[in-house]
Design a protein around this ligand. Structure first.
Ligand SMILES: [Mg+2]
Length: 167
């Protein structure tokens, strides 16, 4: 599989992605990064917009699975509460959690996408696994390290935009 740091698709935020958009591309399974994609690091309270989006995806028959590198209980607790399959300690960009998810849902990478806020974990992991990589803006860059990492990601976002591979 290609080692690429360029996202296939870029959205402003997770909730901009629609079930119809995914279906048109043959995507049945949407793997979700958790921190700064669904919730900021600094909060455990989901927005109404996120909860409505989750309900809508489920209603429309898109399978959701959180694939998080986190070792904390926050993602797992959220998923238990909202009935979403959750894989933690996923070690993106390695394929460990991504392949576990694909096996669990019995979906081929070509029918799966992974959405996340980080180029070096989420986008790289999705691309290496052969799934569609979707980049969203981080919800909140609350410390200097996140801000610096985001600066380092800018060349790849710029290249992706210039290749007109965004939606
Ligand atoms: Mg993240």
């Amino acid at each position: 599989m290609p080692i690429s740091l360029l996202p296939k698709l870029i959205f402003c935020k997770l909730t901009d992605i629609t079930a119809e958009f995914l279906r048109q591309r043959g995507i049945e399974l949407l793997m979700l990064d958790f921190d700064n994609t669904m919730l900021p690091y600094t909060s455990r309270v989901p927005t109404e917009e996120l909860l409505s989006w989750i309900d809508e995806m489920k209603r429309e028959g898109i399978w959701l699975c959180v694939v998080s590198n986190s070792k904390k209980d926050k993602a797992a607790g959220f998923c238990r509460e909202h009935d979403i399959v959750c894989i933690t300690h996923s070690r993106k960009p390695t394929g460990r959690g991504i392949h576990q998810c694909l096996r669990q849902f019995d979906v081929s990478p070509s029918h799966a996408a992974l959405v996340g806020d980080q180029i070096f974990t989420d986008v790289l992991g999705a691309n290496c696994a052969g799934a569609t990589s979707i980049l969203v803006k981080p919800i909140h860059l609350h410390n200097i390290w996140l801000k610096l990492r985001h600066v380092a990601e800018q060349p790849f976002i710029y290249l992706a935009n210039n290749r007109r591979i965004t939606k």
